[in-house]
Design a protein around this ligand. Structure first.
Ligand SMILES: [Mn+2]
Length: 337
């Protein structure tokens, strides 16, 4: 590994000051204290419980990590940069909240190792009073609806032997037998889809909303809780796939805010943020060739830097600390691979 030196270069990005919105976010935290009535410090954290919320109260430090696409080493580098994990793979983030904005899957061979790492960090973070929030990206959901175009051969082997569904549909039966294990694991109701049901598709922490593609006005009409609940119900095999999961108006597919947004797109973003009571949106999905990029006057941060081996980018993560936003990246580049 070439990144033994953990020095990070801090980009001088716009400094955001505390606002009324920021202060307002303390109210849910206070309400939770009243409901919880608990005495130990870690049980005061809304991240300690197993119940997923769509809106979490503000925390002192959040670090967001974008698309990882099957690359364990890029994942490790990102988590080290974030200060979430040490070299031995254990949580050192204390009470920080780590958000991964989806697309852990596809294009690389190390999906199971990455999922296991995030799982163990999630447990350790909770114990420390911090949190790990993993979101569903379009590649997680593509695997659920059996779009396997970006799965590696190793990715099929990893799930070979997963027992077939009790009542396999025609799409499953039409698959080559080498593909059926992965399909059984990821299809609605399957073991991997059930794991994804333990994640949100969009989540707010304080005055920042995180989503893989973007929150569109129609998603606000539906409401964040309903959006997350419907994806969850589909993943559990309880309802058919909501039609807005796919296509340009999907919150995991849209590039409206991440692909050099127009003034119209920024205006739409402003309306969405205002309606949600949020100050900014953080999205992945669209590779930013020059690293983490802010658009629309800092109201959207595009954090997919193509750090996975498939893309060859440099690990970089987004820190929001006391409502100041900046990117953290390694000074040694590219990664020794
Ligand atoms: Mn991606």
């Amino acid at each position: 590994m070439e990144i033994a030196d953990q020095t990070t270069k801090v980009n001088e990005n716009p400094v955001r000051t505390r606002t009324l919105l920021h202060k307002m976010t303390f109210f849910p935290a206070f309400a939770l204290l009243l409901v919880g009535g608990c005495s130990t410090s870690s049980s005061l954290s809304p991240f300690a419980g197993s119940e997923l919320l769509s809106f979490y109260p503000a925390v002192d430090r959040i670090v967001a990590v974008g698309d990882l696409h099957g690359d364990l080493e890029a994942t490790r580098q990102a988590l080290l940069l974030a200060g979430a994990m040490d070299e031995t793979g254990h949580w050192v983030g204390g009470q920080m909240v780590l958000v991964q904005t989806g697309d852990i899957l596809d294009r690389g061979d190390e999906e199971p190792e990455m999922l296991a790492l995030f799982d163990s960090l999630e447990v350790e973070a909770r114990a420390a009073g911090g949190g790990v929030l993993l979101l569903n990206g379009n590649h997680e959901l593509m695997n659920v609806y059996q779009d396997f175009r970006y799965v590696t051969e190793d990715g099929f082997l990893d799930y070979d032997g997963t027992p077939a569904p009790v009542n396999p549909d025609s799409a499953f039966l039409a698959l080559d037998s080498s593909r059926q294990g992965r399909a059984a694991a990821f299809s609605p109701g399957g073991p991997m889809a059930r794991r994804f049901a333990q994640r949100n598709t969009a989540v707010a922490v304080g005055n920042t909303i995180f989503v893989h593609g973007g929150i569109l006005p129609a998603n606000v009409d539906l409401g964040l809780d309903s959006l997350n609940a419907r994806v969850r119900a589909w993943l559990l095999g309880e309802i058919p796939q909501p039609e807005w999961i796919r296509g340009d108006s999907s919150p995991v597919w849209t590039r409206l805010y991440s692909d050099e947004p127009s003034q119209d797109a920024c205006d739409t973003l402003s309306i969405v943020l205002q309606r949600l009571g949020m100050e900014r949106m953080v999205v992945g999905h669209t590779v930013q060739q020059t690293g983490i990029t802010a658009f629309c006057g800092g109201r959207v941060w595009a954090i997919d830097v193509g750090m996975a081996r498939h893309y060859g980018g440099r690990p970089e993560v987004l820190e929001i600390r006391e409502n100041v936003v900046r990117s953290l990246r390694s000074t040694s580049a590219p990664l020794g691979r």
